[in-house]
Write a protein that binds this ligand. Structure first.
Ligand SMILES: [Zn+2]
Length: 183
């Protein structure tokens, strides 16, 4: 075999190996895609089982999930124009008798709730006052009332300052965080 023939031979092999690798890569990518899809579907089914009500037990077993689902539900209760401007937050808090409940925060002045949001509140849920971010209002109010903050979620990505306040209070942040501070 001359050098030219070897060259062709090697090239052919490399190309074949490349095709095999590409096929493998496509196979792996497809498997990953299928896996992600099935996780998404199971998450969706899970999320839709708890949009409105929750049990006392769930406040202890899955406080982060309850907070996240309540915040999302209340955010969706806003009218579409308000939804991108107003932030709704929900938190699971615990009093000194170890009773847990959900409290709601809004970025609107002093706990103002629009009618659609008001009717989406569940029994026992109350709105905290305040003039800051929804999440910070919750932490400030709970701290003032000696309630332990367990988890605080919001319907929009949470700003750095609020993430700091929630984590300083020793609570979970079970919803997406924003990398830049909200203006
Ligand atoms: Zn904030």
């Amino acid at each position: 075999m001359g050098p030219k023939a070897i060259g062709f031979f090697a090239h052919g092999h490399a190309r074949q190996a490349g095709q095999v690798l590409r096929k493998k890569a496509i196979g792996v990518a497809f498997a990953v895609y299928k896996m992600i899809k099935s996780i998404q579907i199971s998450l969706l089914t899970e999320e839709t089982t708890l949009t409105a009500s929750y049990t006392q037990a769930e406040l202890f077993i899955e406080p982060g999930r309850v907070a996240r689902l309540r915040a999302t539900a209340l955010q969706e209760a806003l009218s579409p124009p308000s939804r991108t401007r107003v932030t709704m937050a929900a938190a699971v808090v615990e009093d000194s008798q170890e009773n847990r409940r959900v409290i709601i925060g809004t970025s609107e002045p002093n706990g103002y709730l629009r009618p659609g949001v008001k009717s989406a509140l569940q029994p026992g849920e109350s709105v905290v006052p305040g003039y800051g971010h929804a999440e910070a209002n919750i932490v400030a109010w709970a701290t003032k009332n000696d309630d332990r903050v367990i988890a605080v979620a919001a319907g929009r990505p949470i700003c750095e300052n609020c993430v700091g306040a929630i984590e300083d209070a020793g609570a979970l942040v079970p919803s997406p965080k924003k990398s830049q501070p909200r203006s």
